[in-house]
Design a protein around this ligand. Sequence first.
Ligand code: SF4
Length: 380
Amino acid sequence: MCGRQGEVGRAGIPKQETNAKQKADVKSNKGFGKNRKMSDIIEKLKTTQNAEDDEILRLLNTDEFDEELRIAADETKKSVYGDKVFIRGLIEFTNYCKNNCYYCGIRGGNTNADRYRLSKEEILECCAEGYKLGYRTFVLQGGEDLTYSDDDICDIVQSIKSLYPDAAVTLSIGEKEKESYRRYKEAGADRYLLRHETASEEHYQKLHPSELSLEKRKECLWNLKELGYQVGAGFMVGSPYQEPEHILADLRFLQELRPDMIGIGPFIPHKDTPFADFPAGDYKLTLRILSVIRLMFPYVLLPATTALGTISPNGREEGLRHGANVVMPNLSPVRFREKYSLYDNKICTGEEAAECKACLEMRVKKAGYRIVTDRGDVRR
Ligand code: SF4
């Protein structure tokens, strides 16, 4: 997609050893040992939104403090957004893509992909259905499909905005020239999702063919910011060859960029890609990173992703409990859903829009939160 996708991968994170006494010290908040310091790190993240590199790495490398971290993240989220969870209506309008990212099921080189495109009318039908259901944000997502010219994208955006002026339009259609981004913005686009995928140059090269570069990716993100979009970046957890230091680099890049939205999901392999045999990203690590991100970016819009719900049946509920505050039910026509196959076993491919929303409403409620139907803009 061209916001790009969303135990550990091969570069797993070893679990830190913790003895019973240390655990007891943490629970009773006594002692000044190593683990007491870990509690201090969580507190420091919560109060200053920052910590030293080695402190963040220590936090990422252990699951011993996950609950403490989760509670801190939940408190932080509630202090900014209360119990509100925002919904975005996702319209996957094309699975054509000119690129060949090694992890992606709809990469141009996958000859097994069954390709489709939605016409403007079909996109507007999805919006009409979504608007009736209460959606006030539409996310138009697709591969980098050059069949849609800038004029086409502007026309689609303008039409949505004139029909539904109280709704936000988010684009997630990949890397474009600054001039194209400017035109989409002038046509009414409010937000743009473009995951950076990894902030490490050497890791980026391992996930993408040589014609794609991290430098260009970052330039696009900075251009989008400069043009006044609400910008979303993000990365996969457990992507092939990922090391803890790469995750740290991702967090540092996000601190520099200060995006409005951060999309984090586990890597899930797709059978028709060069990464077919790599293991999926670690579920618990993904939740831990969601919590760390909430502490470092209290204001951010953070989705509990479909990928998280794919690797664990309650993944999205747990994502919300660990700091996420956005869900993105699918508004694409059911007949195309399975074709937008970024990774294997993707969930939510069979339900109609209304069922999808009802299911997520139930899940959000079960997690202890409440879906709201306003635009859900960022609160800085
Ligand atoms: S191959 Fe295309 S759709 Fe897939 S992640 Fe790369 S740019 Fe996005």
